[in-house]
Design a protein around this ligand. Structure first.
Ligand code: ADP
Ligand code: MG
Length: 408
């Protein structure tokens, strides 16, 4: 009822109002040093497009509706401003994040905790169905500043008066389309109705469904609208393959594949300078046309190697990410990730070296026993459609069925 006031101002779905500038760095966004430090620790060097566009208007207190597919970095897009704007001296719940599933709820809370790893004063609670009420009541008694919740369970707590949300000044609907589609629309309305009339409402959604629009119309005012594409939507035609292989086996597998596919223009990426050197020397010893690039080589030598690879003087280039940065070669037939890259964005840079030529390129990633977590991250963040395969004795590649990645 309280919300009716908003309707009058909000005649229709708000006009798109893009922020004036997109931030290129987290520093530019005036993020507190503790958060910057945490971002660095998490390996987030630059904001994703949605982060660079959403953070500033959210910090300005604007309502916002963002259409963005999975893996575009939405959690930090709302998480960073939520943390920046907290008044830690207040004991009431100030920010509410609603999401459709308990898994998401746990994940978002974890992500927010990582973002506040250098802030001992911020309290975050996850409230979701399936966990004991008593545990959650104990958590709520500790006065969390931010509550991440599934709608049903939150309402449950509201009706038992174990939580009050009448001081919430920011409400986030994450995966809004999904949440509303799952029949939470009435719950979400009840929750938003219980927040103050001028609560900032942020909606994040992969699609802007009818329900999403309705809720936006009802609860938002003059919202900033943002739309971002999936990373790599305009990516060239790259076949991405994952192979379970580690240690020395990787070299054997790689050589078999190179021979079977008769690859003549290949970049092999490894994470460490020493790996690059050893691998380059090994390949050369086994009679292959190969050279390598790492940061230990003097600049003159590096330039020579780069120029050589560009003009096709040798077939296989082994390189670290940093050393490869300077080479604008993007017409290779295959990229091998001898190691999984340390940074998600390196994966895209690496595989982007192939697939531009007439025929499509392939990117082969070796995945060891301890790489599952990194791999999942890359799949998600890079929207990497990686087909798992095995290498036969003759170097032939055969698809293997794997249980699909659960994260949606
Ligand atoms: P979404 O909610 O849009 O699906 P997430 O917020 O879960 O996306 O982020 C997807 C992945 O990208 C996560 O693994 C996250 O750690 C990573 N990520 C988010 N922001 C950045 C960044 N600025 N730089 C590098 N990785 C990031
Ligand atoms: Mg998300």
């Amino acid at each position: 009822m309280e919300k009716a006031a908003k309707n009058q101002i909000n005649e229709s779905l708000p006009e798109a109002q893009q922020p004036v500038t997109d931030a290129a760095t987290f520093e530019e966004l005036n993020v507190q040093p503790e958060t910057l430090k945490a971002l660095k620790k998490m390996g987030f060097t630059t904001p994703t497009p949605i982060q660079s566009r959403a953070i500033a208007p959210i910090m300005d207190g604007r309502d916002l509706i963002a259409k963005a597919p999975t893996g575009t970095g939405k959690t930090c897009a709302f998480g960073i401003p939520l943390i920046e704007c907290l008044n830690v001296d207040m004991t009431e719940v100030q920010a509410l994040v609603l999401c459709p599933t308990r898994e998401l709820c746990v994940q978002i809370a974890e992500d927010l905790r990582r973002l506040t790893m250098y802030r001992q004063d911020v309290r975050i609670a996850a409230i979701y169905g399936g966990q004991s009420m008593n545990t959650q009541i104990a958590t709520l008694k500790k006065h969390p500043h931010i509550v991440v919740a599934t709608p049903g369970r939150l309402l449950d707590h509201m009706s038992r008066r174990t939580i009050r949300i009448d001081n919430v000044y920011t409400a986030v609907l994450d995966e809004a389309d999904e949440m509303l589609r799952m029949g939470f629309i009435r719950d979400v309305r009840k929750i938003l109705d219980a927040t103050p009339a001028d609560t900032q409402v942020l909606m994040f959604s992969a699609t802007i469904s009818r329900d999403v629009m309705d809720v936006a119309w009802e609860y938002q005012r003059n919202a900033v609208q943002i739309e971002v594409q999936a990373e790599g939507d305009n990516r060239p035609n790259i076949r991405q393959i994952g192979i379970r292989s580690q240690g020395q086996q990787r070299l054997t597998d790689m050589e078999k594949i190179i021979d079977a596919l008769e690859l003549k223009r290949v970049i092999v990426f490894a994470n460490m300078k020493s790996t690059v050197r050893v691998l380059g020397e090994r390949l050369r010893k086994s009679g292959r046309s190969c050279d390598y690039l790492n940061g230990d080589l003097p600049q003159g030598q590096r330039n020579k190697v780069m120029a050589g690879f560009k003009k096709g003087a040798f077939e296989i280039l082994v390189a670290t990410d940093v050393a490869a940065r300077g080479i604008d070669v993007d017409d290779v037939e295959a990229v091998f990730n001898y190691d999984i890259p340390d940074e998600n964005e390196y994966y895209l840079h690496r595989i982007g070296r192939t697939g531009r030529a007439r025929r499509h390129g392939i990117a082969i990633t070796f995945i060891g026993e301890n790489d599952e977590f990194r791999m999942r991250d890359i799949r998600k963040y890079c929207h990497a459609d990686i087909q798992m395969m095995t290498v036969g004795e003759d170097g032939s590649l055969t698809e293997v069925e794997e249980q699909p990645d659960e994260e949606a």
